[in-house]
Design a protein. Structure first.
Length: 208
């Protein structure tokens, strides 16, 4: 008879966890990232193979609305913030496709009405990629304002590395064609669910 004691079960779970942890990073894709509640679990885009030379994420202007010293947080959907829920997630990688843990990601964007908070830190915050290079941001769909298409700002920096300022865009936006800053290589991949828009993007940074 199979041993179904709690000790045996715990041992099986431990051995399975060790096997998964020992698996090469490139053979885990598509990566299953359990973010938030089970019904909102998502399949991330497969990460590039380790060893492949990747092009660094394109740099864009920081813009006039950046504010330093944003709070440490991964959720912008605080009380009073209205809008379509969006979860942005992915990996921070180096140019060889290896995950970069502890990379700083500072996000900011306009609210659903197309306005930036210039007094406080609404829709602003920073975080660090985890031990596997993953990041996740819970936020809302940014609104439009004159001259710009819909976008998120992000400022990234690996430990002791250069700062990269860039922007993330949404596919299918009519204003993409008229926004001089828009770049198709900075498009988010979007998946619609019943409760949230799931957006993915993998950043590639130059090491120090």
């Amino acid at each position: 008879m199979t041993n179904s004691s709690p000790q045996a079960f715990s041992r099986r779970r431990f051995l399975r966890a060790v096997a998964v942890a020992a698996a090469p990073f490139t053979f885990l894709g598509p990566v299953r990232s359990l973010l938030g509640q089970a019904q909102n679990a998502i399949d991330l885009e497969p990460t590039p193979a380790v060893g492949d030379h990747l092009e660094p994420t394109r740099e864009e202007t920081t813009g006039p609305f950046f504010r330093p010293n944003s709070p440490l947080r991964k959720n912008f959907r605080e009380a009073g913030v209205q809008g379509v829920p969006v979860r942005v997630s992915g990996f921070v990688l180096d140019i060889r496709g290896r995950p970069m843990p502890g990379a700083l990601l500072d996000f900011w964007h306009a609210n659903a009405e197309g306005q930036y908070d210039l007094q406080g830190f609404g829709c602003r915050g920073h975080q660090f990629s985890d031990t596997g290079g993953r990041y996740v941001l819970e936020t809302v769909l940014p609104g439009l304002y004159p001259g710009r298409t819909r976008h998120y700002h992000v400022r990234l920096q690996a430990a002791h590395g250069p700062i990269l300022s860039t922007q993330l865009y949404f596919p299918g936006e009519a204003q993409n064609a008229s926004d001089s800053l828009f770049r198709p290589e900075l498009l988010l991949k979007i998946k619609q669910t019943a409760t949230v828009l799931l957006a993915t993007f993998h950043f590639v940074l130059k090491a120090a």
